[in-house]
Design a protein around this ligand. Structure first.
Ligand SMILES: C[S@@+](CC[C@H](N)C(=O)[O-])C[C@H]1O[C@@H](n2cnc3c(N)ncnc32)[C@H](O)[C@@H]1O
Ligand code: SF4
Length: 450
């Protein structure tokens, strides 16, 4: 698999970090899927850094190519790169600033980058918009509204578009929920992380469990749809404690939950502590038991996994993240955001400058913050399709892989993986990873892509 594609697949939710989340390849720690903020491993500045890119542009009326799903979707990812403090486990593109952020100036830059991107891929109908971070719930509702207005000025926004905003569950942020609703947000994703105050302190979070539950209650009143995130496989966490916490969380959830195994990311304070032996995470057997319990409890409660780390009632999946996992088209707007744009028959992988102020200045002088803009080769595109699509329990259409790669999947490898019980074919001919295969998903994908 090409390094370019492997990097891009790291994290989701996010296109800051494109997706999905983890570069960890240990069997007990399946890849996660946060947001497309550009993932942890943001591409380094390219050789052309500082020069204006000669963008290939799409023609008006040009049809976007078909994706793997029912109809072609187009998502817009917006990255807000600021947080009040940096959590010691987090390697998202998030920054702490002690001076006030000039939101009006950032809003103008977001609008400019949206205009430039829309000129490259005109005529799209936007099916989903996702504000990821960082902490988008630090934005004033007026800033969110201005960005949504810019999206609607340059593309058509579908009348049933899903518009999600990631929020930290503090009482201050919950007071903005009605403002976001009025601005056009119709779904929130809350970073609850744990329902135990000791665990929240250990994760460096500034909220308590009670405060998080109060924010969930406000989200329930204000939005038609909400989800929240929990991190498990935390230091010292037992199966019994996680089972109890998860059941309590399900009691508070409506239709969707994101459940991430703690990943020790390079260059984070947790990594330093881990290396020094001062942070001990559950061993592989315990992590596997925690993963199995997670699958059993959520399935029994009607919230089965539809992706490695995401659980929903049927029909309540995060439609924005499905755009990434199904290999459809999306624009990445804001510092460190990644995009996949279909232009004159090519799939182009884009990434913007990660540093917020450098991105701002770049947009103010060039109209965009793009530092990477490359056409994916057939092989890269097909690898990415496998890497993303096999995260979903619905799996992939082998015919679509063949169309992208220009060759079918290697039958011998599929047969071996089927015999090992890692993958299966559905009655309608899709290839999907089994429950036993998910903990070793990275290895399965590497085998099929090789
Ligand atoms: C962009 S982050 C969070 C949004 C928001 N700022 C917050 O913290 O609530 C998206 C999610 O990724 C998950 N996450 C981040 N780093 C992680 C890690 N190292 N291991 C597991 N999950 C992680 C957290 O659950 C977090 O809510
Ligand atoms: S608040 Fe969210 S994005 Fe910010 S550092 Fe913590 S986990 Fe990362």
């Amino acid at each position: 698999m090409s390094g370019k594609v492997a990097r891009a697949a790291q994290r989701v939710g996010t296109p800051v970090g494109d997706f999905s989340c983890t570069s960890d390849t240990t069997p007990m720690n399946p890849p996660e899927s946060h947001t497309p903020q550009q993932p942890p491993a943001c591409p380094p500045p390219q050789a052309g850094e500082g020069k204006e890119l000669a963008f290939p542009q799409g023609r008006k009326g040009e049809e976007p190519p078909a994706g793997d799903g029912d109809t072609q979707k187009f998502g817009v990812y917006i990255h807000w790169p600021f947080c009040l403090s940096k959590c010691p486990y987090c390697d998202f593109n998030s920054h702490v600033r002690h001076a006030a952020i000039d939101e009006a100036r950032f809003a103008r830059a977001f609008a400019a980058e949206i205009a430039t991107t829309a000129a490259r891929v005109p005529g799209r109908s936007v099916s989903t918009i996702f504000f990821g971070g960082g902490t988008p719930s630090l934005m004033q509702p007026a800033t969110v509204g201005a960005i949504l207005d810019a999206v609607a000025r340059h593309w058509t926004v579908a009348s049933d578009a899903e518009v999600t905003l990631e929020a930290n569950p503090t009482s201050v942020e919950a007071t903005r929920f009605r403002g976001y609703r009025a601005a056009g947000v119709n779904r929130v994703s809350l970073g609850v992380q744990a329902l135990d105050d000791g665990a929240l302190r250990a994760l460096g979070r500034t909220h308590t469990a009670q405060e998080a539950l109060a924010a969930v209650a406000i989200a329930r009143q204000v939005f038609e749809r909400y989800s929240f995130d929990l991190i498990y496989a935390r230091p010292g966490q037992t199966s019994a404690a996680w089972a109890a916490e998860l059941k309590r969380a399900i009691g508070e959830a409506a239709e969707h939950l994101s459940l991430y195994q703690l990943t020790i990311e390079q260059d984070t304070p947790f990594h330093t502590l881990y290396q020094a032996g001062k942070l001990v995470v559950p061993d592989d057997d315990t992590a596997r038991a925690l993963y199995d319990i997670t699958q059993e409890i959520t399935a029994a409660a009607g919230l089965p996994a539809y992706e490695v780390s995401n659980h929903a009632r049927a029909g309540a999946e995060c439609r924005h993240n499905l755009v990434y996992w199904r290999g459809q088209e999306y624009a990445g707007i804001g510092p460190g955001a990644h995009g996949r744009l279909d232009i004159v028959g090519e799939r182009r992988a884009t990434a913007t400058e990660k540093r917020p102020e450098a991105w701002l200045m770049r947009v103010e002088s060039l109209g965009h913050g793009v530092t990477t803009d490359e056409a994916l080769t057939r092989e890269e595109r097909a690898d990415e399709f496998l890497l993303m699509g096999l995260r979903l329990t619905e799996g992939i259409a082998p015919a679509r892989f063949a169309e992208l790669a220009g060759r079918p999947l290697q039958e011998r490898r599929v047969t071996i993986l089927r015999e090992e019980g890692a993958v299966e074919l559905t009655p309608d001919g899709r290839l999907r990873v089994t429950r036993a295969g998910f903990p070793v998903l990275d290895a399965v994908v590497a085998d099929l892509a090789a």
